[in-house]
Design a protein around this ligand. Structure first.
Ligand SMILES: NC(=O)c1ccc[n+]([C@@H]2O[C@H](COP(=O)([O-])OP(=O)(O)OC[C@H]3O[C@@H](n4cnc5c(N)ncnc54)[C@H](O)[C@@H]3O)[C@@H](O)[C@H]2O)c1
Length: 396
């Protein structure tokens, strides 16, 4: 394998020999754009492709807007009702990029219609809702994935591999923060769906916290107990017609987590951390070393080894995770020619297509609906603890 970057300029299998998978996309805004971008990039970058995503149709509620989205991203058809998308026999993979209140019903219907499913995170607004979704995909026997895309950052997957290989020894700490600033007063953010419990389920917790909870489970293991506190700093914002509308979700939360393997975790997420645009950071401290990651520098992983030599340079070292032998890198560029946030979706979808075509499991490297359900149980436990002031056991 090349040590200086990409290795797959050409392959033994031509693009034409890979099967096509028909994509039905729901939602055409932030995630609709990110996923569509990944579907298009995938067949010529993940080469030779395991499958070729065919952009069959996209669904939205506003006809003019969804028609424009179809033309922009290259979907052949559009629908103004997701039910029609699910009736389309050309759709084999249903991709749900809608807000959280529109995850359960369409995903359950998609499973009943025999479609494979990629659903954005959080899987659902509550664990109870997530359980109905897990039940539906299990009964239908379709492949299912939740878009916890940070598992597919090369540096994060390297961190996972190092931990799994025992390079850090016993894990003592998982310390994760997910910090943004975009609803602070100086932004003048109005009341949007992310601030409405009936749509979002929770606030910073389900939006950002779900990602670091997933990383904690991915890297360290299952938590058995959680204790949390949450706060809503601005209690109402101008909604439709400028009418002041209550904010009924958390703006920020902090939590402590005790893992089954004895490790201690701290989690924090907020949209009120001035200066932080998208700081998804974690640190893992183990018996033999430590690793730390910051999404704003996502091509890097900092590592510390207890027995590193010489002692004069003992300390954290910065690794640019971009070698041909690093996770996912064989398909990209010569080393140091870095990749970005959008490429995590290419890796994630490629993983799911591989599972569909070759009848593999999405877990443990990808997140499936069981991970989405367990994530929701932990989110619920943190909120319950924040309300009661008591530690809460995690029970799946
Ligand atoms: N993985 C990530 O890093 C990440 C990042 C952002 C958002 N998300 C998740 O993705 C989901 C969507 O978030 P977003 O930021 O793209 O939101 P958004 O508001 O930008 O887009 C939502 C889209 O869904 C459409 N929509 C809403 N209700 C619909 C319905 N009933 N039928 C069809 N279309 C409908 C809207 O028109 C819009 O196109 C959320 O669950 C969110 O938590 C994940």
């Amino acid at each position: 394998m090349s040590e200086t970057g990409f290795t797959t300029m050409a392959g033994p299998k031509s693009e034409r020999s890979a099967p096509e998978i028909g994509i039905g996309m729901m939602g055409y805004a932030f995630m609709g754009k990110a996923h569509s971008n990944a579907f298009k990039k995938l067949p010529y970058m993940m080469y030779p492709p395991v499958a070729i995503p065919k952009l069959v149709a996209i669904a939205g509620r506003n006809e003019a807007a969804v028609q424009e989205a179809a033309a922009r991203y290259g979907y052949v058809k559009y629908y103004t009702d997701w039910q029609d998308l699910l009736k389309d026999d050309d759709v084999q993979l249903f991709d749900n990029g809608a807000p959280n209140d529109a995850h359960a019903e369409p995903c359950i219907a998609a499973a009943k219609a025999g479609k494979h499913i990629l659903c954005e995170k959080p899987l659902a607004r509550t664990a109870k809702e997530a359980a109905t979704m897990l039940d539906a995909v299990t009964k239908a026997g379709v492949k299912h994935a939740v878009a916890f895309n940070y598992r597919f950052v090369p540096a994060v997957r390297l961190a996972k591999d190092l931990i799994m290989e025992g390079k850090l020894g016993q894990i003592y700490h998982f310390r994760a923060v997910y910090l943004q600033e975009w609803i602070m007063p100086h932004y003048g953010t109005p009341h949007i769906w992310r601030l409405d419990k009936s749509v979002a389920g929770s606030g910073a917790l389900g939006d950002l916290g779900a990602h670091i909870i997933d990383l904690g489970r991915f890297l360290v293991g299952e938590p058995r107990r959680a204790m949390g506190a949450a706060q809503t700093f601005i209690k109402e914002r101008p909604g439709e017609g400028g009418k002041m509308t209550p904010v009924d979700v958390d703006d920020a939360f902090v939590a402590t987590v005790e893992f089954e393997n004895g490790a201690l975790g701290t989690l924090e997420a907020t949209r009120y951390a001035g200066g932080h645009k998208n700081s998804n950071c974690f640190e893992v401290n183990g018996e033999k070393g430590s690793i730390r990651f910051n999404l704003e520098r996502m091509n890097e992983l900092e590592v510390f080894w207890v027995d590193d030599q010489p002692k004069e340079t003992h300390g954290f070292h910065n690794v640019i995770v971009s070698e041909g032998y690093h996770p996912f890198w064989a398909n990209w560029w010569p080393h140091g020619h870095i990749i970005g946030w959008e490429h995590t979706f290419v890796h994630e979808i490629n993983h799911l297509l591989d599972a569909i075509v070759n009848d593999k499991s999405v877990a443990p490297y990808g997140a499936d609906f069981e991970d989405g359900y367990k994530n929701a149980v932990i989110c619920d436990a943190i909120l319950e603890s924040a309300e009661s002031g008591r530690r809460v056991d995690i029970r799946y």
